[in-house]
Design a protein around this ligand. Structure first.
Ligand SMILES: Nc1ncnc2c1ncn2[C@@H]1O[C@H](COP(=O)(O)OP(=O)(O)OP(=O)(O)O)[C@@H](O)[C@H]1O
Ligand SMILES: [Mg+2]
Length: 215
């Protein structure tokens, strides 16, 4: 894990350099106009760059802590209700429907598991296609594990990306939005719970993100 984090440090340092260079440049501009009221556009850019830097830092901290667990009995159905409430504004904005089947109670870390569901459902809404997003969450019982599935009708994941997207900063299709730490955190959370996570490409389109949790 240490070696892994050290590897990410390089990537983070690299990604942080960009907003911080922008910030330094904008501050120089503002200094030159000392005394005059600051250009609102420069201030807006400054704010955007600082937010981007903060997001990167927060993301890495979340990732680094995602392996620490506090185990307790957790009703996944209740977590899912909370996630649906938190995501309601983006679900409504996208005209999305969310269908949740009966979900089991498991032994795990409620905060981490909520983060996991939040990112998977959030992604299913964010990476939608032409049709309004339709997201289905279910958890059929496997022989040894629960297999939780978050199925969407969105853009789908290209064959070449199915492994890569679970790494840090592995954005597919070159989207600009997001920090692309979400699925790396999901993988860490699932693995810390003794499960595994992967994505399937259903024949009728969209994607199905699936993870196991021991029963
Ligand atoms: N449901 C999905 N449908 C299609 N592509 C997806 C889906 N979920 C994830 N992806 C692809 O995998 C990439 C990584 O997802 P991840 O959640 O790690 O990052 P993000 O959502 O871009 O940013 P963050 O979650 O850190 O805000 C996404 O940028 C997207 O290209
Ligand atoms: Mg995400």
């Amino acid at each position: 894990m240490e070696a892994e984090l050290r590897g990410y440090a390089d990537v983070v340092a690299h990604d942080l350099r960009e907003p911080i260079t922008g910030i330094a440049h904008l501050v120089t501009l503002l200094e030159r106009g000392a005394g005059a009221p600051a250009d609102p556009e420069a201030l807006a850019l400054l704010r955007a760059s600082t937010e981007r830097a903060r997001e990167l830092i927060d993301g890495v901290l979340v990732y680094a802590r995602a392996g620490e667990l506090r185990r307790e009995p957790v009703a996944l159905g209740q977590l899912m209700d909370e996630v649906a409430t938190d995501l309601r504004p983006s679900l409504e904005a996208a005209g999305a429907t969310l269908e949740v089947a009966e979900l089991p109670a498991v032994e795990g870390d409620a905060r981490q598991l909520r983060r996991l569901l939040q990112n998977l459902v959030g992604n299913a809404v964010k990476f939608h296609g032409e049709a309004p997003p339709r997201v289905e969450v279910s958890a059929p019982q496997g022989p040894e594990d629960w297999v939780v599935t978050v199925r969407d009708n969105g853009l789908g994941v290209a064959h070449d990306d199915v492994e890569r997207i679970f790494g840090m900063f592995a954005r597919a299709r070159g989207e600009a939005e997001g920090t692309s730490i979400g699925l790396a955190v999901c993988r860490r959370v699932v693995e810390a719970h003794g499960g595994r996570i992967w994505v399937e490409q259903p024949e009728d389109g969209g994607s199905a993100f699936r993870f196991t949790l021991p029963r």
